[in-house]
Structures are given as structure tokens and as C-alpha cells.
Design a protein. Sequence first.
Length: 336
Amino acid sequence: MVTIYDLAKATGFSAPTISKALNGNGKLNPKTREKILNAAKEAGYTPNMAAKSLSTKHSKLIGVILEDVAMLRGFEHPLFGGLLNRFRHEIEMAGFDLLFLSKNFNDGMSYIDHCKYRDVEGIIVVNPIDDDPEIQTLGSCGIPCVSTNEFIPGICTVVSENEEAGHIAARKFFECGHRKIGFLGAPMRENSPAAIERLRGFRDELKLCGMEFEDKYLEICDAWFDKSGYEGMKRLYERCPDITGVFVVCDSLAFGAMKYLAEMGLKIPEQISLIGFDDDTTAVSAAPILTTFRQDRDRIASLSAEMLLQVMAGIPVPHIVRVPTQFIDRSSVKII
């Protein structure tokens, strides 16, 4: 590997002069700087970032906690994959790089120990393992953090307006004439309350419409993927065959529900209308095209980067930042 001392030998300049030219600081003759930079390029010089971090006391690393035991889709997750793309862009524009944190690293090292081992300067919690006790301690670990899903004590969370989406879904069904409306939910977790909030908004809006949501129309799936949606829709329909519409808490569950309904010979939306959530990339390929909600991944990512950089700079931030969703009205809801 080419070092600054090799460049010093090749150009005849001292090592400190080489360092100033490469780092863009210090007062140097423009011709001297140009000569050194050209020599570095020709020699294939690559800066030693580990050594540079020791000298500057900054690693320029942001740790990423991304687990997906709920949907089992990893980087293809309908929200978190696109969110990370935008977050990476924003954080790189600020001069930082991403480091994915894993508990499988170094014989099960904790997230916090991993961060200390690599001198991580900030952490974004994208999607952690459910009820991981270590996640709840991040707010007091001394490393600036931001979350995009999990509500963590002492950490800013940037999240969609889930409750408002529930209101919109219920109003849509009501205005289309539906009165026997089901809700197909996912595990209700206080630390990650998307399902809770969507149900709350849904119930509250039906009440505003003069309806009481009956508990028999509520079915909670055991996970967030399509197989659970299939099984949940089966239980709901067998219990309540009179339902005419169902708000499904995410598109993955909705796809499973659609599969069950198709097997039963039930047509969507002629016999049962559906509204999903996430605007999954396959939503437009469904038959019929799924009416759903689109989360603003770019806005969530940009705000997450902004909040994290502010925390790293010692600037106070809100505990929760809400981002509106967009209702995508397609063809899976019928007027009756």
C-alpha cells in the first residue's frame, strides 16, 4: 500500500507537506499541491481511514441496526429498503459512511460494544428485533441515536402518521356505503405501535361516523408476512362472513388475505373490499390493484438524518416526528 512517506520520497517534499496537500489544508503553493495530488493519483494512493480516524478523533461512521424477523424480507422490506437508500445519500452528503451492526459479529458482541469497537459516532435504529432489551438502553449509551420505527426512551423517532391513516381508511369505507368492516391487524407492540395506532384511528373515525366498531370484526395476525395474512383472513371470514370491507394493517398481510379470498371464490371488490398499507412494489401487480397508503420513505429518511446530525451536534430534537402518508385510491374498494 502506498503511504505518504512513499509520496514524499517520490516528490521530494516532506511528509507534513504531503499530508497538507492530500487533506486540503495548510498554506501551500498551488503548483506544489497539484504536483503532490497528481503523484498520489498516479501511484494509486488510498488514505488509511483507520489511521486518519485516530488522528482526527472522528471515525465518520454511522451504525445501522436493521433486523427483519417480522416480514422476513430484509432489504426488500417495503419501507426500510428505500428508506435506507435515501438515508445513505443524506448521510454521505454530510461526510459520513454507514456501518451495519450485527449481534453475530465477534461471537455475539452487543450493538453498543460493536459501536465502541468501531468508534461509531451515531446510530440509526431502522428495525430492531422485537422486544430486544438492549434497544431500550440505547438512549443512555452515550452515542447519539435516531429511530425510524421503534419508540425508545431518550431517542427521537421519525415515523408515519399511522393514526391519521386509520381515520382515512375508515372514512373511505363509510363513504362507500360499507357498515360491516373488518380490521386485519398485526402484533400489537407498545414500543413499535404502528398496528395499534392504525387501529386506534380506524376505531375513532368509525365512531365519528356514528358507528361502533365491533370486536368480532377485529383479527390480529401473528406476524407481518403473507402467510399470516392468509390465516388471519381465514379466521376473520369464517367468524364474520357478512363483512364487506377489511382494512389490512400492511400490504404483505393483504396479499395473503387476497390469496385466501381467491381460493374461496370471493371476488375483490365485488364481494369484499380491501385497503392495505405500505404501497408495496407488488401492490400494482395485484388483481385487482390494491388501494393502500404510501409511506413517505424519502421524507422519513431525510428527517432521520437531520435529527441524528442535530443530536450529534448537541442540538435538542423532538421525541417524535410524524410524517404524513399518502392515500393511493385504486380499485380494491367498491361503492355499495
